[in-house]
Design a protein around this ligand. Structure first.
Ligand SMILES: [Fe+2]
Length: 183
């Protein structure tokens, strides 16, 4: 058993991860509309990863015999002023998730839910990697000068890295049927 508070924190984390995965699919849509197929490959990959993490959290909730309460997931915005703004929205959501995890671990330890705290820590480690990954792409955009030529160089690199060179799971663009761009 875990405390009601820990169960609530797991449910909040699952909700936030699912919401972020949708937000990122909206970002992917914006990149595709802007002709940035490398950025789109990158963000689609990230959207799938956040969704996969949400499923891990769901598994933990079930493992502890608690009720899975997902609630309503907001529809994703599909228009951004610039690639920088779109990337910043992913970064911001990642940081919110990291904060939820930070507080979740602290409270789970207080309630002596050590196994739950350990699982949160595992998700936290994965999110640390994700935040760094998004931060690196933001730095690449900054270093490119943000000009159309600079952005297209970054876009090309991302396309090679996230589409051509690796068999990333984002190649299935319409994960769990959610694709705000339509077909
Ligand atoms: Fe990632």
């Amino acid at each position: 058993m875990i405390s009601a508070r820990t169960a609530e924190n797991f449910n909040a984390l699952m909700h936030k991860l699912e919401s972020e995965s949708r937000l990122i699919m909206g970002v992917t849509c914006a990149f595709k509309k802007g002709g940035h197929k490398g950025f789109a490959a990158f963000s689609s990959n990230e959207g799938h990863e956040r969704w996969r993490y949400s499923q891990k959290v769901k598994y933990f909730i079930e493992k502890f015999g608690q009720e899975v309460k997902l609630g309503t997931i907001p529809e994703a915005k599909t228009t951004y002023a610039s690639p920088v703004e779109a990337l910043a929205s992913i970064y911001g959501a990642d940081m919110e998730i990291r904060n939820l995890i930070k507080v979740g671990i602290k409270l789970a330890n207080e309630d002596e839910d050590y196994e739950a705290a350990y699982y949160m820590l595992k998700i936290g480690k994965m999110m640390l990697h994700e935040v760094n990954e998004v931060d690196n792409v933001m730095k690449m955009v900054k270093n490119s000068g943000g000009t159309p030529e600079g952005l297209s160089r970054v876009d090309y690199w991302l396309y090679k890295e996230y589409y051509e060179d690796h068999d990333h799971e984002h190649k299935k663009y319409d994960y769990y049927g959610y694709n705000p761009c339509g077909k």
